[in-house]
Design a binder for this molecule. Structure first.
Ligand SMILES: CC(=O)N[C@H]1[C@@H](OP(=O)(O)OP(=O)(O)OC[C@H]2O[C@@H](n3ccc(=O)[nH]c3=O)[C@H](O)[C@@H]2O)O[C@H](CO)[C@@H](O)[C@@H]1O
Ligand SMILES: C=C(OP(=O)(O)O)C(=O)O
Length: 431
């Protein structure tokens, strides 16, 4: 497949309404979890992005049928599946291939998983997955692939060594099929973890504590069929808030899922960007102060990511670009990933005033005028952050490897062009 390039003419104001796609990080575990039931599952509001398409190929390869009945509706029927060897080339394309471990183990008693891929944003450990599935009764062998075997899964009192999102999801799915009660402690509680849990409940699972750090799962559940709509992507909403702010544009983000936006709105408020809620829509007015809020006593403020419900790691790159357009100084502290901040080099070349203190911390002094540049998108969120920078910069920018952006954001060029952006995708889209 030819690499994708975005050619962006910066400096245009945007306006209008935009609806976020369904949450990528919900859709992935939910598509994988659809393998748990022998009955058909209809998933609505599925983002039609590279990651979901790849996972669909993977579930087909183990015998499930998966058909798109409309652009964003996916019908999956895993009547009978086999723990076939998964294609390493597909697995390495996405981090979410690891999410097949829980469902395949539960359904087939074994799974051989080639190494997963995903964003190259630092070391991505799998230890928590192993820890959780072992405690539910799996024997794990690690060679050039991970092999999980469990003729029988048994409920257990599991304490995760860290609130890993995908490990929580794997453990949750396995616990639904396990015999007896499982306590999942120190669990991640991100909106996508909640979405998965609600989907499992719709299938017939009994789960208490959804949205908290301790879930209690009563297994084994008798699962049926379900129709389930994926919730809006809060990370996309955050990306759109940043986009509106850096282009000083009024935007209405419709059906934004406002109940999950508190920490995100708080983070942007620290940058002097205040949004308004109207029903389930989020309004980003154009008359923002874009003034970084000092801490009491005039001290330099800090924006840091943490597990949910705090400010999400996947919005740090967006927040960094946004801060370059705000007046004042702020420390950005990315606690989770070691390589996510390296893309700031490009922003510096565009004219941003940023000191990268170490792999986890950057100081941003704004505002600065950005100039168009040629860049390569290293991961989904840095790619989207570069797109924000390009849209607000003077002149033309080229973003190479925009494939990364399209792993996570559906038809983002078209949707932003509808708001007034000037993004040309090379090659042009077909259909
Ligand atoms: C498919 C999917 O859903 N991917 C998301 C998922 O990845 P994923 O599930 O792979 O990420 P994890 O939650 O396992 O952890 C991400 C990183 O953060 C570190 N860590 C985690 C918890 C903690 O309390 N302290 C800490 O330092 C881990 O060691 C790891 O290096 O969650 C990440 C963290 O929200 C997101 O960036 C990814 O978009
Ligand atoms: C890091 C991300 O994705 P993945 O875990 O799939 O690489 C992301 O969604 O920002």
């Amino acid at each position: 497949m030819a690499p994708i390039q975005y050619i962006v003419e910066g400096g245009h104001r945007l306006s209008g309404s935009i609806e976020p796609s369904g949450n990528k990080n919900s859709a992935l575990p939910i598509i994988a979890a659809a393998l748990l039931t022998e009955h058909p599952v209809t998933l609505q509001n599925v983002p039609r992005i590279r990651d979901t398409e790849t996972l669909v190929e993977l579930i087909r390869s183990v015998g499930a049928s998966a058909e798109w009945s409309s652009r964003n509706t996916l019908v999956i029927h895993a009547k009978s599946i086999r723990a076939a060897d998964l294609d390493p080339d597909l697995c390495v394309r996405i981090r979410a291939s690891i999410l097949l471990a829980g469902p395949l183990l539960a359904r087939c008693g074994e799974v051989m998983l080639p190494p997963p891929g995903g964003d190259v944003i630092g070391r991505r450990r799998l230890d928590t997955h192993v820890l959780a599935l072992e405690q539910l009764g799996a024997k794990v062998t690690a060679t050039d692939r991970l092999e999980f075997r469990a003729p029988k899964l048994t409920g257990a009192d599991v304490f995760l060594d860290e609130p890993s999102v995908t490990a929580t999801e794997n453990a949750l799915v396995a616990a639904v099929a396990a015999d007896g009660v499982t306590y999942l402690r120190n669990a991640a509680s991100e909106p996508h973890v909640q979405d998965l849990a609600n989907f499992l409940v719709a299938l017939g699972a009994r789960i208490e504590g959804i949205g908290t750090n301790t879930m209690v799962i009563h297994g084994p559940a008798t699962l049926g069929e379900a129709t389930y709509a994926i919730q809006p992507d809060h990370i996309e909403v955050g990306s759109l808030i940043g986009l509106a702010a850096v282009t000083r544009s009024p935007l209405r983000i419709v059906r934004a899922g406002v109940e999950h936006l508190r920490s995100i709105r708080m983070g942007f408020e620290r940058l002097g960007i205040v949004c308004r809620v109207e029903g389930d829509d989020l309004i980003v007015p154009s008359n923002q102060t874009l003034k970084i809020q000092d801490d009491f006593g005039g001290h330099v403020p800090k924006l840091e990511d943490q597990p949910w419900p705090a400010f999400p790691a996947d919005l740090m790159s967006i927040a960094i670009v946004t801060a370059t357009q705000c007046e004042g100084v702020i420390l950005m502290f990315e606690k989770m990933f070691e390589s996510r901040m390296f893309f700031v080099d490009k922003l510096i070349a565009m004219g941003a005033r940023i000191v990268l203190c170490d792999p986890h911390r950057a100081i941003i002094a704004g505002p600065s005028r950005l100039r168009g540049a040629s860049m390569i998108s290293p991961d989904i969120r840095a790619g989207m952050a570069m797109l924000l920078a390009a849209v607000c910069a003077e002149g033309t920018s080229t973003i190479n490897n925009a494939d990364q952006i399209e792993r996570g954001y559906e038809r983002i060029d078209e949707r932003l062009n509808a708001l007034g952006a000037k993004i040309r995708r090379v090659p042009e889209r077909k259909g």
